[in-house]
Design a protein around this ligand. Structure first.
Ligand SMILES: [Zn+2]
Length: 183
């Protein structure tokens, strides 16, 4: 995100701070994490800094305006057996999972940064969410997955984005299975 894009989005993010060394960086794209730590051979993530005064909730996001396919605003249900506990039904999101939330943010970032496509590794719903939101902003999506995915996951995902490697129902389902399954 460039400063110009940041200002046009209305976000309240003022800087990105390293969780490792504490350095603050101007709002921008840091695909390798903290530049200071990366230069020293360490990977480190950044978190958002906000002004001290209160800001609106939507200003806490780096991109307050994202494609709206109906994500979020999912219903809360009380648990009858746990007094005072509410469960949020994230299956009510448009592609059926909570991953719609960050997919909307990721493709908005990609679009604002001038990318033409997004690539995601997924065994299921993250790929579906990314493909749906990429299509909503006019980006191409490529989903990298496993050839052994069940059709119930591979078919809907293939309908919205090309998959790599291509999923087939006739191939050797175990030939590319990793030692451990997807998380
Ligand atoms: Zn750092």
């Amino acid at each position: 995100m460039t400063d110009a894009v940041r200002q046009s989005t209305g976000t309240a993010v003022t800087a990105l701070e390293c969780i490792r060394c504490g350095a603050q960086h101007p709002v921008g794209d840091y695909s390798l994490g903290c530049p200071s730590c990366a230069a020293a051979g360490h990977g480190s993530n950044l978190f958002c800094r906000y002004p001290a005064e209160a800001v609106r909730q939507d200003q806490l996001l780096p991109y307050p305006v994202v494609p709206d396919l109906g994500q979020g605003r999912t219903p809360l249900f009380p648990l009858p057996w746990l007094d005072g506990v509410l469960v949020k039904n994230e299956a009510a999101n448009p592609t059926g999972s909570h991953k719609d939330r960050f997919a909307a943010m990721a493709v908005t970032h990609a679009k604002a940064s001038g990318y033409e496509r997004v690539v995601v590794g997924s065994s299921g719903n993250a790929g579906l969410a990314t493909a749906a939101f990429a299509a909503a902003v006019g980006l191409r999506a490529v989903v990298a997955g496993f050839t052994w995915l069940p059709e119930s996951l591979a078919a809907p995902r293939s309908a919205v984005a090309p998959c790599w490697p291509p999923t087939t129902s006739s191939g050797d389902a175990t030939s590319s299975r990793p030692a451990t399954g997807p998380s």
